[in-house]
Design a protein around this ligand. Sequence first.
Ligand SMILES: NC(=O)c1ccc[n+]([C@@H]2O[C@H](COP(=O)([O-])OP(=O)(O)OC[C@H]3O[C@@H](n4cnc5c(N)ncnc54)[C@H](O)[C@@H]3O)[C@@H](O)[C@H]2O)c1
Length: 313
Amino acid sequence: MRILVTGGAGYIGATAVAMLLEAGYDVTVLDDLSTGHSDVIPTEAKFVKGSLLSNQDLDEALTGCDAVMHFAAKSLVGESVEKPDLYAEVNVGGSKALFSKMKAHGIKKIVLSSTAATYGEPKRVPISENDEPAPKNPYGATKLEIDRMVATSGFSAISLRYFNVAGALQSANGWLAERHNPETHLIPNILKATNDAPVKIFGTDWPTEDGTCIRDYIHVVDLIEAHIKALETLPEAKHEIINLGSGDGYSVRQVIAAAEKAVGHKIPAIESERRAGDPAILIADITKAKSYLNWQPNRGIDQMVLDTWNSIK
Ligand SMILES: NC(=O)c1ccc[n+]([C@@H]2O[C@H](COP(=O)([O-])OP(=O)(O)OC[C@H]3O[C@@H](n4cnc5c(N)ncnc54)[C@H](O)[C@@H]3O)[C@@H](O)[C@H]2O)c1
């Protein structure tokens, strides 16, 4: 069975490529390398350097495929506020083109990346798939639009709504880890902090035990295990939305403490003002992921930090 992995040169997509190959699938990667890196694509995968926005590239990539894992997207919240049209074009327009070409190629199976950003400010935690989505930025809005498009597509489809993905995979070709530029994610930024460029703690007066924001982190390997289970349990001509997190929350200070344990020294950090639009606590309700996918996360925050550290040190 051949899987098209869109965005397979990116952080999460590359991990999916490695784990799909390991599980015995054939893989084609479609990636325009706008934020991805060609050196993570294994030689066993067929690589189409191209865009979701090109019908020709989509035709070439979809040829011979049986199912799609769709990771390719623009995914920076701040950038989406500055460039909402780009996010609409790539995320919504690119997904629409992909779905249309899948139909032309007779491919009906898809697992796709959604995000906790579709929920916006939660009315309760943990957040369930039944909670009303109310995205607070163009990134979350475009991802919600994709979920709505796929829901009416007639495909056998699962949207996986990730919370904060972290950690790294040591593959046959070396570490697969976050190499975003700019890096907006907490764990790599903590591990790269120096006295000259300390990590910023945005707000220490949140209504949480230690005053810093709480987020739900999921190891990228647990995340991709769930994708493979989703691929293998796709509902017939139906769309499901499933949260993926660990179901636990860690404060910024707790993540820094885990990082200090991994690196063996104090992490330079400075306290700064709250960021506008940050909710105090985001934790996933993962009851549906556990029951529907027969899956559970196995790697905790210490492992996420340690693997990230080993990938960059
Ligand atoms: N990293 C997280 O914590 C997180 C959380 C929730 C959801 N997500 C979603 O997971 C997916 C992957 O995220 P990531 O962190 O690996 O990001 P990433 O930027 O590392 O990977 C995205 C990949 O898509 C490619 N791409 C972008 N536009 C393209 C286009 N038009 N055509 C072809 N390829 C294109 C990029 O070159 C890149 O390789 C995204 O859809 C993102 O919204 C990520």
